[in-house]
Design a protein around this ligand. Structure first.
Ligand code: C2E
Ligand code: MG
Ligand code: MG
Length: 741
């Protein structure tokens, strides 16, 4: 049996209410007019432009259009009687702070219009804009709602697209600068209240410009897309957001991460992942990445401050030779200043005779005879003292000074090399930028001609970074250099991408295995020995020599000999010396050196001389740190400290490490840390965690990034606690502090 409400016309009649309800005096319609109105409404609904709905006084559906039933995917008859709000989902935009909910809106008994809702269905995304008007009886009783709706899916979609465009980078699909700024700002504000931490990584691609310039902009775009995909794959932290700020600059927000051990691992895997080769339009290219990391609230409380800190850390990591990560620390301000000064002074260093070269012997592993000498640049800065090439070479590369510097070193090396007797070779380091200069081979030819050094006695040390960029130009330069008759060595093998395919394609005469690859080779479970063995056999097959770099201990030397490495360079034989010393040593012909060094390689115990704070009970003592490893340190300055004493070592900037005295003799103590230190990215170590500025704020300090220097002692003391006397006597450290520790 069908009720009148079940025929289409009957349903509309119900909806029109035949003049029932509403507070305004209903307009009387003739039955002809009613039928006309019904037909119009039906046409309207069927046209798909819009639809009608009605609910009763309890908020239950009393009329709903078929259009809606179809979109929801339920028969109309089953919808009747359900709460009206069950048809819709109210989705709020991120920045709409309103607290409105659908039940609240439908129970308010007020007119509403333009309410944007989504159909309550999982299958399709349909958006409606709905309006409703409450209906009241003559006595003012609420009878329900009547209203209409229109489909706004298309509008909504285009709005979404527009807002996507405004928030996302169209090339990579990552968040853009605008969105990153907004999200970081909002997160930091919310996290400040909740005392949570948030890390930011700034990332910059190394040598992206080179790819863009040599392979063209479309290739550069493709490369950026692939970088974005790799970043999305490698970073899987909860709630993180990855953005491209522009050019080759990326930013990663990592909420609730403040463990520097974990952050260092993430940064390392990002750098490794991005440094794998890319295939672009059939060409292969390789780039690198540098990362700077800052963590709120430790390194900045506001988003501006935090980003500035991360930027400074990025600047430092690029200056440190690229392909590295760096954590922010307040020293970076002075370091940045120092780098600027070095860059400035480097321009005049050559002219002012501050540069010189020294030579490190490379020795035949079997006979201990010096076969070659590596030229290493040295710079005596008038104020800073000796500046390491590890510092000034990357700066020279960045500041376009490497050409002039490299040319000078090359000329000097050839002149000095020509003074040496016999067949001893001189090796010269060549930067990728020098190698990329089309005029480089003529410079080499000139240096040889001027010094009269036979070309086969000159060895050019190239790193894998020469393979970045244009393959044809690289091959061309190889051909020209081989025509000159000089020897070519692949330097620092094992630090970069280390593709064995380079060895097959390029005409190298020698592979130098980097010290980073050799360190730990004698430790149990280390797999480098097997890899070195395969490098050696490949080199033999290709008729190349092998040199192991950085050999310091006898066990390492024995291992290299066992693996068949032909030549050794390292402190076990000699460090770099001036040319006059070399000439003296070679007066009687061959220079044979007996290896001399520790019997065993010791895992990096870094020698440092640095003041640190040592906290015990209410007292802080200033002591000198003599060496430092992940697990402990050696301190000098307190006397008669019993074994087992617990201290807190204050490394400054909120880095506190709980430690126990394990060895004690006179004024020297060996301490073991409760938690191991982690890599700071710059070859040093740092604590995983720091004192939280939130904790300092609770103790009455203003909430701010950690100040440089030591932990404020008054925060350690119990209020009203008895003042104790210092337990330990203090002495001056016997060792002088060097200028650059
Ligand atoms: P490199 O070419 O790998 O040079 C070897 C470095 O390892 C030298 O550091 C050398 O002193 C050091 N070394 C040698 N044996 C040992 C050892 O047993 N233990 C340890 N811990 N280190 C050892 P140096 O002189 O500080 O040079 C660092 C880097 O700076 C060089 O690495 C090279 O890449 C670059 N460099 C130096 N001079 C020049 C130059 O004239 N031109 C260019 N482009 N780069 C240069
Ligand atoms: Mg070298
Ligand atoms: Mg090297």
């Amino acid at each position: 049996m069908t009720t009148p409400g079940d025929t289409a016309l009957g349903r509309f009649k119900n909806l029109l209410g035949s003049g029932r309800g509403n507070t305004r005096a209903p307009t009387r319609l003739s039955s002809h007019e009613v039928d006309q109105a019904l037909l119009l409404m039906r046409d309207y609904e069927e046209s798909g432009i819009g639809w009608f709905w009605a609910s009763d006084k309890d908020g239950r559906i009393s009329y709903i259009s078929d259009v809606v039933a179809q979109k929801i995917g339920t028969a109309r008859s089953e919808l009747l009687g359900l709460p009206i709000q069950s048809l819709f989902v109210l989705e709020r935009d991120d920045d709409d702070g309103s607290e409105r909910t659908l039940p609240l809106i439908f129970s308010a008994r007020k007119t509403f219009t333009g309410l944007q809702v989504r159909a309550a269905t999982d299958t399709a995304s349909v958006w409606w804009s709905i309006a409703g008007r409450p209906q009241f009886g003559p006595d003012g009783t609420f009878n329900g709602y009547r209203g209409n709706g229109v489909d706004v899916t298309a509008v909504r979609q285009s709005q979404r697209d527009a807002s996507r465009l405004a928030q996302y980078d169209s090339l990579t699909g990552l968040a853009n600068r605008h969105r990153m700024g907004k999200r970081l700002g909002a997160t930091l504000t919310a996290y400040k209240a909740a005392k949570r931490s948030c890390a930011v990584m700034m990332l910059d691609l190394d040598r992206f410009k080179q790819v863009n310039d040599t392979l063209g902009h479309p290739a550069g775009d493709e490369l950026l897309k692939q970088v974005a995909q790799r970043l999305q794959r490698v970073i899987a932290e909860k709630n993180c957001e990855i953005g491209r700020l522009g050019g080759d600059e990326f930013q990663i927000m990592l909420p609730d991460v403040d463990d520097r051990g974990r952050l260092g691992e993430i940064a390392k895997s990002v750098i490794t992942m991005l440094s794998q080769p890319y295939q672009i339009d059939g060409s292969r290219c390789v780039i690198g990445a540098s990362v700077g990391i800052a963590i709120a609230p430790y390194d900045g409380v506001s988003s501006e401050e935090l980003v500035r800190s991360a930027d400074l850390a990025l600047y430092a990591s690029k200056g440190g030779g690229r392909g590295q990560f760096r954590f922010y620390s307040s020293d970076l301000h002075s370091e940045a200043e120092r780098r600027r000064q070095i860059e400035e002074d480097l321009r005049d260093a050559l002219a002012n005779d501050q540069m010189r070269v020294v030579f490190q012997p490379i020795v035949d592993a079997r006979t201990n005879t010096v076969v070659s000498l590596e030229t290493l640049a040295r710079w005596a800065h008038p104020e800073l003292g000796e500046v390491s090439p590890g510092v000034f070479i990357p700066i020279a590369e960045e500041a376009n000074l490497i050409g002039a510097l490299g040319d000078w070193v090359l000329k000097q090396a050839c002149i000095d090399g020509a003074r040496l007797p016999g067949n001893v070779k001189v090796a010269v380091n060549v930067s990728a930028a020098q190698f990329a200069n089309p005029g480089f081979s003529s410079l080499v030819a000139q240096a040889l001609a001027h010094s009269e050094l036979p070309p086969e006695r000159l060895e050019l040390e190239l790193t894998e970074s020469i393979f970045l960029g244009d393959r044809a130009a690289t091959d061309d330069m190889f051909t020209q250099l081989k025509m000159l008759g000089v020897r070519l060595a692949l330097d620092d093998f094992g630090t970069g991408y280390s593709s064995l395919s380079y060895l097959q394609h390029a005409p190298f005469d020698k592979i130098k295995i980097d010290k980073a690859f050799i360190q730990g080779v004698t430790e149990e479970g280390n797999r480098n020995a097997a890899i070195i063995a395969s490098i050696v056999s490949l080199a033999e097959a290709l008729n190349m020599d092998t040199t192991a770099e950085g050999i310091e201990a006898h066990d390492e030397l024995e291992e290299m000999r066992r693996l068949g490495v032909g030549q050794i360079q390292g402190f076990i034989y000699a460090s770099a010396v001036p040319i006059d010393d070399v000439c003296d040593a070679m007066l009687s012909g061959d220079w044979v050196i007996e290896p001399d060094g520790p019997s065993k390689y010791r895992p990096e115990r870094r020698t440092v001389l640095r003041k640190v704070g040592l906290i015990h009970e209410d007292h802080r003592y200033d002591v000198t740190m003599r060496n430092l490893s992940r697990s402990g340190c050696m301190l000098e300055g307190l006397v008669d400290v019993p074994i087992g004493t617990q201290f807190v070592v204050d490394f400054g900037e909120g880095q506190l490490a709980v430690a126990v005295v394990r060895r004690s003799a006179g004024a020297m103590q060996g301490l073991e840390f409760e938690h191991h230190l982690v890599d700071d990215g710059a070859g040093g170590l740092c604590t995983r965690h720091r004192v939280s500025p939130y904790v300092l704020a609770q103790a009455g300090m203003p909430l701010a990034a950690l100040p440089p220097g030591q932990y404020p002692m008054q925060l350690m003391q119990q209020p009203g606690g008895a003042i104790t006397l210092p337990k330990f006597g203090q002495v001056e450290a016997k060792h002088k502090m060097p200028k650059f520790a």
